[in-house]
Write a protein that binds this ligand. Structure first.
Ligand code: PRT
Ligand code: ZN
Length: 286
């Protein structure tokens, strides 16, 4: 039997597009027709299971899937024994406590004896316990933000991203409790051959992530400026210098992080660089 590993990804929702994009950027091809629950890659030893995100930690813990992509909020809430292999940098959000806008708030003691609606009872109760607060937790599975206005609870504990959902429902964020992003998780007891496939996958994910955080930068400069420019943008080993057709001028190529580029742009121009191009890098292996 061909040896393949199984990765659980969200079928449709806020994780699915970025999860599938990452897989594609890793050069892994597969067919993802609507309504499909399973798909095998045509060029990498992996099969995808398309599931609800709530089920992913459990499937990975049980070994039904070897790996999974899920939000840290769901992972911690489900409290399953899996290994977090890599933070993926997308689907970023926070879990926060919020109360009606008009209420005065002086600190987390506000919640003593109050009722709070949430879909994340474990994370909330751990937090309240750590603060020595006793509150009544109402577990509901969706539309948590309307709970205060219909009299179900006095506050809520929910996912916040831009904050506009809270605002539209007359609520304000008062405590940020947990920061979350998508993570790659794995079963604790992967056999060696599965680990070898995982290593190949992690190698590709790292190349994609490193590429995204770096830029290929090209610029023209008079030859007498080259030394100063090299000091500003040292590059991977050292920059590439190519002569221009116009005597006395060169083209300088280098790789640097986007932050580094913005930090140095004024000095590069002051040093005589012109015609500066910044080009995205698809993959980068250091
Ligand atoms: O169907 P399935 O169970 O698979 O999906 P789901 O409906 O449970 O989850 P989904 O697709 O909504 O979210 C999946 C994951 O994306 C979450 O577990 C988080 O890790 C992450 N994520 C990132 C978010 C958000 N941002 C987000 N903004 N999940 C939900 N929201 C919702 C939030 O519940 C609230 O209603 O968006 C609203 C708040 O957004 P703002 O921008 O108005 O503050
Ligand atoms: Zn869900």
């Amino acid at each position: 039997m061909e040896q393949i590993i199984r990765i659980a990804v969200q079928k449709s929702g806020r994780l699915s597009d970025d999860s599938l994009s990452l897989i594609k950027e890793c050069g892994i091809k597969f067919y993802n027709g609507t309504g499909k629950l399973k798909s095998t890659s045509t060029n990498f030893p992996v099969e995808f299971l398309f599931l609800r995100d709530d089920d992913i930690p459990g499937y990975v813990a049980d070994g039904v899937a070897d790996l999974g992509i899920v939000g840290e909020n769901e992972l911690v809430e489900k409290d399953k024994e899996v290994i977090t292999l890599k933070k993926l940098g997308f689907s970023k959000c926070r879990l926060s406590l919020a109360i009606p806008k008009g209420q005065e708030y002086s600190g987390v003691g506000y919640f003593q004896g109050k009722s709070i609606a949430t879909s994340y009872p474990k994370i909330l109760s751990d937090y309240l316990r750590s603060k020595g607060i006793q509150a009544e937790i109402h577990e509901i599975s969706g539309s948590v933000e309307i709970a205060p206005s219909i009299g179900l609870a006095e506050g809520i504990f929910d996912i916040v991203s831009s904050g506009s959902t809270l605002m539209m429902n007359g609520l304000k964020e008062v405590e940020e409790v947990f920061k979350s992003e998508a993570v790659l998780i794995g079963n604790k007891n992967l056999e060696d051959w599965k680990k070898a496939i995982l290593d190949k996958l992690l190698f590709r994910i790292n190349a994609v992530q490193t590429g995204k955080s770096n830029k290929y930068v090209l610029m023209n400069a008079p030859n007498e400026s080259i030394q100063r420019i090299i000091e500003l943008i040292p590059g991977m080993r050292s920059p590439t210098i190519l002569p221009l057709a116009q005597p006395g001028w060169s083209s300088i190529h280098s790789v640097l992080s986007e932050d580094q580029f913005w930090e140095n742009i004024q000095e590069l121009r002051a040093a005589g660089a012109e015609g500066i191009l910044v080009v995205p890098i698809e993959k980068m292996v250091i």
